[in-house]
Write a protein that binds this ligand. Sequence first.
Ligand SMILES: C[S@@+](CC[C@H](N)C(=O)[O-])C[C@H]1O[C@@H](n2cnc3c(N)ncnc32)[C@H](O)[C@@H]1O
Length: 285
Amino acid sequence: MAQHYPVLLAESLEYLNVRPDGLYLDCTTGLGGHTAAIAERLTQGGKLIACDRDGQSLEMARRNTGAWADRIIYQQSSFSQLDFTGLDGLIADLGVSRYQLTNPERGFSFQAEGPLDMRMDQTRGMTAADLLNHSAEKAIADWLHQLGEERRARKIAGAIVRARPIRSTLHLAGVVERAAPRTGPLHPATRTFMALRMVVNREQEELDTLLRNAPGMMKPGGRIVIISFMSLEDRKVKESFREWARDGRATILTKKPVTPGEREVRENPPSRSAKLRAVAITERG
Ligand SMILES: C[S@@+](CC[C@H](N)C(=O)[O-])C[C@H]1O[C@@H](n2cnc3c(N)ncnc32)[C@H](O)[C@@H]1O
């Protein structure tokens, strides 16, 4: 797995507190970085369920983690489909992977021509192009404003509607750039693409469901570790963890979010916005 840097790997393992004979769930296997490191620490008595909603990623993860295949169960699932009990540990490393972001065919990138798809699970749901070409201008503006925190949301939404049908990633990037020319270091289409990706994949709803269901899937003493890259998501994780702690369901292990050190950021710049939070589920009895 050259060039693949699982984010906050040592910290994830530390907070998961992997027991060799435990049962673990990686909700976001991606290319298998965290999955491999957890599996490596298990004996044959231990099991790791490796899930991702992206079938292509899961196939690559299967190849990357083949050495430990005897203790890994692969399953294509989204957060809202997860239904397990008795877990010793659960990890979710939110968002999209480098592979998804940089593969033009997947349509997440405003830097390479490709179909405007953006579905993590390409077997279901509407593509980003479908959404943009069939939604009301007001809905598009609201997504850009609320999810992308885009200040020029209304202007961009108007330009998108006038340019319909939007045909491809670079078509959309050009429309946005002309409506809202660059003012800083960020490419003007960055926030538009991020917001669209979140809508296409119902990322907020999926995270809400995961946070609602996760405590019920755990054994007493089990650990939950969540890594987020966006403040909207980190806030949801923080608030849920606090609520569980107030209800006596969990103990917060990270008073402040854990962030990558200088060296990790140097070696893997996209890790710079990562925030890890962890809890231990309360022991009963
Ligand atoms: C940041 S990557 C994970 C990278 C992985 N930890 C690794 O080391 O290779 C996030 C992954 O989560 C998956 N994902 C995002 N939201 C999901 C959801 N709601 N249900 C299932 N998988 C999801 C994406 O398809 C992507 O592969």
